[in-house]
Design a protein around this ligand. Structure first.
Ligand SMILES: [Zn+2]
Length: 158
């Protein structure tokens, strides 16, 4: 799912839960930012090339980011991480559901091709759900229409 949809679904979740915090937005998008921000920083600020060329030109870094992405999108790993944060009474642990929502939205929208698909049970399993990729047309448009409609409903009807 694209970053805008993740941010908007974070807004929807906060409206449903009855509060607003910028941390809700941050934890809705952070799984993708942690994985790709170093790539974009290197690409834009060091190479000064603003075209996205994917990870293929960074074979070593690419596999590092792929591993990071796999960890960030694992329900098992994130549940353990936030369980530790909760036990240590770290307040950010209350944003667990925003990260989980991100993963739950990605699971049915990332396809199953070699590099796609979310291994949400990693490291216990490599299982992926067969789906279309979110960037395919008209799937992308349908996802945005649903997201924007839900946002409108929770903010202006309820
Ligand atoms: Zn993601």
């Amino acid at each position: 799912m694209d970053i805008l949809v993740h941010a908007l679904t974070g807004l929807i979740l906060m409206k449903v839960l009855g509060f607003f915090s910028w941390y809700g937005i941050v934890f809705s998008v952070i799984p993708d930012f942690i994985s790709y921000l170093p790539y974009f920083i290197h690409r834009f600020f060091i190479k000064r090339d603003f075209r996205y060329k994917g990870m293929k030109e960074y074979p070593t870094l690419g596999s590092f980011f792929d591993r990071l992405y796999k960890i960030n999108h694992s329900l098992v790993f994130i549940t353990l991480l936030f369980g530790v944060l909760y036990l240590l009474k770290i307040p950010l642990a209350s944003y667990f559901w925003f990260w989980i929502l991100h993963i739950l939205l990605d699971i049915p929208t990332h396809g199953t091709e070699e590099d796609g698909g979310i291994k949400f049970l990693w490291p216990l399993s490599q299982f992926k759900i067969k789906s279309k990729h979110w960037s395919e047309k008209p799937f992308w448009l349908i996802i945005h229409l649903i997201t924007w409609s839900l946002l409108f409903i929770v903010y202006f009807i309820f």
